[in-house]
Design a protein around this ligand. Sequence first.
Ligand SMILES: Cc1cc2nc3c(=O)[nH]c(=O)nc-3n(C[C@H](O)[C@H](O)[C@H](O)COP(=O)(O)O)c2cc1C
Length: 387
Amino acid sequence: MPVITCIDDLKRIYKRRVPKMFYDYCESGSYTEQTFRENSTDFSKLRLRQRVAVDMTGRSTQTTMIGQKVAMPVALAPVGLTGMQSADGEIKAAKAALAFGVPFTLSTMSICSIEDIAQATNAPFWFQLYVMKDENFVDAAIERARKANCSALVLTLDLQIIGQRHKDLKNGLSAPPKLTLPNILNIATKPQWALGMLGTPRRSFGNIVGHAKGVANMASLMSWTNEQFDPKLDWTKIARIRDQWGGKLILKGILDEDDARRAADFGADAIIVSNHGGRQLDGAVSAITMLPRVVRAVGDRTEVYMDGGIRSGQDVLKALALGAKSTFIGRSYIYGLGAMGQEGVTRALEVIHKELDVSMALCGVQKATDLTRDHLLVPQDFEGNWA
Ligand SMILES: Cc1cc2nc3c(=O)[nH]c(=O)nc-3n(C[C@H](O)[C@H](O)[C@H](O)COP(=O)(O)O)c2cc1C
């Protein structure tokens, strides 16, 4: 068993063990990848204030998200195709999250279905919805999530049209991978991954095949997904979904103060400041840069979470200090999953938890909920001086 001390260790093993097509799918941003890169590098512009001679016993990273207790202010973000990173990947990630005490969010574009997760965990989880043109599909997905006891609906607003990721086109990304010569040669070097995949029946989009009208095989699935994201999604449609769901609603993909105010007026239970991990609007500012503006815009009218670029507990601490109530991680847990399955997700959570806990102590903070901007040194131009 390799010694894992940081998220980067998991990423290195992940790169060795998972087919290139799926590594590239995860490790890409759209177009020039500027936003993808800056999501991470902008965290390093912030500095932590080292404080001493403060009692550091009795620390706690616990908090709540939409009223639910969580072991630390980190949830697993919805990530499409997770079950291609490791066989039954969504089930493994959901189990790791449950054991750790943090929320797991299942993507609409997952390999394991809503029902698979409900059956495997027997506990509430969160479901992320993409709004599709096919209203019957959307309605049925909401009903399925309700039946599966999902305790929040995470509605993603920043992907009604897909930002191009060059590598996915060049690699001919698909689930399952097409058996072309380059793919076969590459998969031959990933025996553990291949064995896992041979051992599960779950190798395509579990929430779509058999649930969307006219989608029964790979060819129809591809054309369905490419055409289905609804470009007409607006606040009226969001209201329709809210009324139909009737439970906790989290709006994901807010990066602008005006949109944040609108979401708060609308009565969202929470918003996620996010640019989809730099996979959509390349050239947008990093999520951590926009966070303080959004927090000022909404005050305490809705809970503010953020994601994008978090690779350590120090990053989580910085986001909380800038006003986020909690955070989501995407790639950080996918690296763990691809590297070591369920145990790798657990390792990712442990690494981030320990880093957060130790960094809090060294900042003289006992409770994650006590973090404020006072614990940071923020460059004067951090939020940018945009005209
Ligand atoms: C490979 C990959 C697939 C993703 N798929 C989805 C998805 O299906 N639905 C969604 O709302 N967000 C999706 N996201 C965005 C994540 O939910 C999250 O916003 C992002 O990963 C955060 O950035 P980070 O990876 O730097 O932590 C995806 C991200 C990645 C990396």
